[in-house]
Write a protein that binds this ligand. Structure first.
Ligand code: XCC
Ligand code: SF4
Length: 630
């Protein structure tokens, strides 16, 4: 207990430096070098004022050339770019959700995919008005999977999951005409609106950005989360470890990277197979270690306790250890750099999805029907690659931290009810959490999400902001690469309670939780929406009145912008540490940071100074408390 110590960013960096030295020996490239060559970035692109959506362009807006050839002004151009960016993110998250629905559709009692949480399936079926009585659970699974996929192209109506939101929120969405219809329709409509010669009115473009975002958060992402739980189990608190030190030099190391648990679950399954472990021993290893990078890592950490090797900007580091037999990827956030980099080592870079194909990779096409065989082939390939290691290149930084992860909404509710680890079934209430908040023992909550970005000293913003929040009795719920930054630093160790203010420390002790709760991957930000909705319903307040804010201090992907839009459109103020290419238009910037508040009762704050960003979040939380008189 007394020897608990956070791992510092300086220590992260020293470890990375050492790995880069190994890289130099074999002529490896790295993002650190590429980022330097790409800096300074194109100013037009940075401000969002370059348009190349038609072949009369590209048009760049300057004081001398205030309009594109078609006459579009800077606000239209910045707004269209923002909408396209959002559509990219919504499409990506949502397509992930669709894949999960498809996996559920393929579930069979004999596996490889089974229904692990039938209660949750029945709960969602009832919500959707589907008859469950006397139905075989697999028949119900297939029916729900089909309905889930139909949400993507439904002809009439809006997303089924919207009914989970408080009445007031649903009314806002209706009133503002941003209640998302079919998911694919919102993505298409966004691309239509941002085509040459369609919308250039800032209000229209931003409104659709919110709607497309909502189709992700309360549509595709929510489907991804909910049906992943049905298939692979709803997460419950579980112990794991994080940082590169989770890789084991004597073992065959398989790293899973990407987002879709359909792949990583199967890899974990086969890596655990006694036959495979025996084979690894035959090949001279002591065993098999699976660890993860990015969101797929979050998925298997939450459900299986699989250790987390690193987050987004550490993906090259796992190869640079020289001890990675295979890095197996599915979709999203995968550096194309991994192909050439793996070639400098013995590492097999295995792509598995038709959606993410890359040069210099071994492509083993993975699909739900043949998942077992595919996973087995990949695990075998990794084992057989162990002998090709170059021992002189092997160096695994000796750093890892303990973490307790697995805080689904169901788990948070149960844990705070004092019945931790009990069977997850019907949703309880959030009243105990509300009591902590109203009494002021906890001042509020911050949802910390998102990526790393070389524009921000990696992980620093996540870690520093979390430390600042918990010291001020603000509890953190985290997902994605933000969650992994926390885990690597040690903030998901229950001993991190020592860094909290007195109130939060007491809650951590009583409930036996760390002050930063791991809620999962990026599609799992939908869990945060459900938590906010439940808090609002249980308290009789509007979501926007809750002392809760969202924060993505190091974000980089289109998905993150889609997320930001649905978090704001759900009534939660959102704080960004990186500008979403809108500084070129004061009208778009004004809408996002103020104007949308008139529509959805929340807005963005963009602040690159991390300390100021933290102060602004605390101030907002305290403002909300004052307004409530608590
Ligand atoms: Fe990707 Fe989801 Fe960002 Fe991490 S946080 S870099 S989107 S892996 Ni989702
Ligand atoms: Fe230029 Fe207009 Fe074409 Fe954009 S749409 S490239 S601003 S002409």
């Amino acid at each position: 207990m007394g020897n608990f110590k956070l791992t510092t960013v300086e220590e992260f960096e020293a470890a990375t430096e050492k790995l880069l030295e190994t890289g130099k020996k074999v002529g490896a490239d790295a993002w650190q070098y590429r980022a330097a060559k790409q800096t300074p970035h194109c100013k037009f692109g940075e401000q969002g004022v370059c348009c190349r959506i038609c072949a009369m362009g590209p048009c760049r807006i300057t004081p001398k050339a205030p309009r594109g050839i078609c006459g579009c002004d800077v606000h239209g151009i910045v707004g269209r770019n923002y909408l396209k960016f959002t559509a990219g993110g919504a499409a990506t998250h949502s397509d992930h959700g669709r894949e999960i629905c498809h996996t559920l559709y393929c579930a069979k009692p004999e596996g490889p995919y089974k229904v692990k949480d039938p209660e949750k399936l029945i709960r969602i079926a009832k919500e959707w008005g589907v008859e469950t009585e006397g139905k075989d659970i697999y028949d119900l699974a297939h029916e729900m999977a089909y309905l889930g996929m139909s949400e993507y192209g439904k002809v009439f109506g809006t997303q089924n999951f919207l009914k989970r939101a408080p009445q007031h929120t649903q009314e806002i969405w209706e009133r503002e005409e941003i209640a998302p219809r079919a998911i694919d329709r919102e993505v298409s409509c966004s691309l239509h609106m941002s085509h040459m010669g369609c919308s250039s009115l800032p209000e229209a473009l931003i409104r659709q950005s919110l709607r497309a975002g909502l189709s992700d958060g309360w549509g595709g992402s929510m489907a991804g989360t909910e049906f992943s739980d049905v298939l692979f189990g709803t997460p419950k608190p579980i112990e794991t470890e994080a940082n590169l030190g989770v890789m084991v030099a004597e073992n065959v190391n398989i790293v899973v990277h990407g987002h879709d648990p359909s792949l990583s679950e199967m890899i974990c399954e086969y890596a655990d197979d006694p036959e495979m472990i025996a084979y690894a021993k035959e090949m001279g290893a002591k065993g098999i270690t699976v660890s993860g990078v990015c969101c797929t890592s979050n998925e298997v950490a939450m459900r299986r306790g699989i250790p987390m090797a690193g987050n987004f900007l550490q993906q090259e580091n796992v190869v640079l250890t020289g001890a990675c037999e295979a890095i197996v990827v599915d979709v999203q956030c995968i550096f194309p750099a991994l192909g050439p980099l793996s070639k400098c080592f013995h590492t097999k870079f295995v792509t598995t999805s038709p959606i993410a194909q890359m040069p210099d990779a071994e492509y083993i096409r993975f699909n739900a029907e043949t998942a077992g065989e595919n996973a087995k082939a990949i695990v075998k390939m990794a084992i057989e690659n162990f002998k090709n290691r170059k021992p002189e290149l092997v160096h695994i930084p000796d750093m890892k931290q303990k973490a307790t992860v697995g805080y689904s909404v169901e788990a948070i509710v149960k844990t705070l009810d004092g019945v931790a680890n009990s069977q997850v079934d019907e949703m309880g209430t959030t009243k105990p959490l509300l009591e902590c908040i109203t009494s002021g023992v906890i001042r509020g909550a911050v949802a910390m999400v998102g990526c790393n970005n070389p524009k921000v000293r990696p992980d620093t913003a996540h870690i520093e902001l979390m430390k600042k929040m918990i010291a001020n009795d603000i509890i953190i719920i985290a997902s994605g690469c933000s969650a992994q930054a926390a885990a690597r630093a040690g903030l998901m160790d229950k001993e991190a309670k020592e860094l909290c203010g007195a109130g939060l420390k007491r809650v951590c002790e009583l409930a036996d939780i760390p002050p930063v709760l791991h809620m999962g991957s990026c599609v799992d930000i939908s869990r945060m929406m459900i938590l906010a909705a439940e808090l609002a319903k249980d308290s009789g307040l509007n979501i926007s009145q809750l002392p809760v804010v969202g924060c993505a201090p190091e974000w980089m992907s289109e998905k993150a912008v889609s997320i930001g839009n649905y978090v704001v459109a759900t009534g939660i103020d959102t704080f960004l540490g990186v500008d979403p290419y809108v500084s070129g238009s004061d009208q778009i910037a004004q809408l996002l940071t103020e104007g949308v508040r008139d529509w959805v009762e929340a807005a963005y704050t963009v602040e690159k100074d991390i300390d100021k960003l933290g102060d602004a979040m605390i101030a907002r939380i305290e403002e909300k408390r004052t307004a409530l008189g608590i």
